[in-house]
Design a protein around this ligand. Structure first.
Ligand code: NAD
Length: 252
């Protein structure tokens, strides 16, 4: 308990899946959580359930970042953590990806992570530091054939994270920046993808532990526990790191 007590932490894409699990775990451990999402109905309901603050945000809109940071500064007076988590994963290969899909995926993942980090650092600097977690994927490490733009965006997030970490260390900002690389985790995004690729919902009837071991699919809390560690002071010597949460999929 209390591993992030009183830390003010923003989680984007927090109305579902991994972002929601992050928000739940961080609130349980004492953080003042600000959940943002493009879906205000689900986002507000989940925020109310855990006593978090909700802000409607489309992370791919640059102006939204100044609005979110202004509201956080006015309401909480500081920012200690940011989880750049919001994302989409349309299935499209190098041959089928349209320019529209390419731009949309890079906008939500890459542009948003850039604006999120830039605006968070400006606010964190005022109170002596903080921790940023950028949600990447094992797609950044191995590339996924059916996910061309997604793999490119997650690879960009991986190296952007290291560039930010080095800058913050060299400038003595007291801000750490790390990326998290989940394998397949049981969320609406993955259920949808599996259904579309295989024609059946492979996860529908499985209990989570059976699913994890048989299909190699983890639970949102497996990732949320890593995010919690990176936002807590327990990880004070960890920056620029890529934390893989995939049950060893990428080393087999
Ligand atoms: N589930 C996995 O297996 C897995 C693996 C690796 C990486 N990831 C990454 O984790 C993150 C969360 O994925 P998830 O599986 O929880 O997906 P999800 O679809 O369950 O949740 C994504 C959330 O992001 C929100 N969102 C989408 N576009 C947005 C926008 N423009 N602005 C603000 N919010 C927006 C959605 O409304 C939703 O609440 C994504 O970045 C994803 O790429 C997931």
């Amino acid at each position: 308990m209390d591993r992030v007590i009183d830390k003010v932490i923003i989680v984007t894409g927090a109305a579902s899946g991994l972002g929601l699990a992050d928000a739940n775990v961080l609130a349980r451990e004492g953080a003042k959580v600000i959940m943002t999402d493009i879906d205000p109905e689900a986002g507000q309901a989940h925020a109310d359930a855990i006593g978090a603050h909700f802000i409607t945000q489309d992370v791919s809109e640059e102006a939204s970042w100044a609005q979110v940071m202004d509201e956080v500064e006015k309401s909480f007076g500081r920012l200690d953590g940011l989880v750049n988590n919001a994302g989409i994963a349309p299935i499209a290969t190098i041959e089928s990806t349209t320019t529209e899909v390419w731009r949309r995926v890079l906008g939500i993942h890459l542009d948003a992570t850039f604006w999120g980090c830039q605006s968070a650092i400006a606010l964190m600097k005022k109170t002596g530091g903080g921790s940023i977690v950028n949600m990447s994927s094992t797609a950044a490490l191995i590339g996924l054939g059916p996910y061309l733009a997604y793999s490119a965006a997650k690879g960009g997030i991986r190296s952007m994270t290291k560039s930010i970490a080095i800058h913050c260390r060299q400038e003595g900002l007291g801000i750490r920046c790390n990326s998290v690389h989940p394998g397949s985790i049981s969320t609406p995004m993955v259920h949808k993808a599996l259904k579309s690729l295989t024609g059946t919902d492979l996860m529908a009837e499985e209990d989570p532990e059976k699913t994890r071991l048989a299909l190699g699919i983890g639970e949102p809390e497996d990732v949320a526990n890593m995010v919690l560690y990176l936002l807590s002071d327990e990880s004070k010597h960890v920056t620029g790191a890529e934390m893989v949460v995939d049950n060893g999929d990428t080393v087999i």
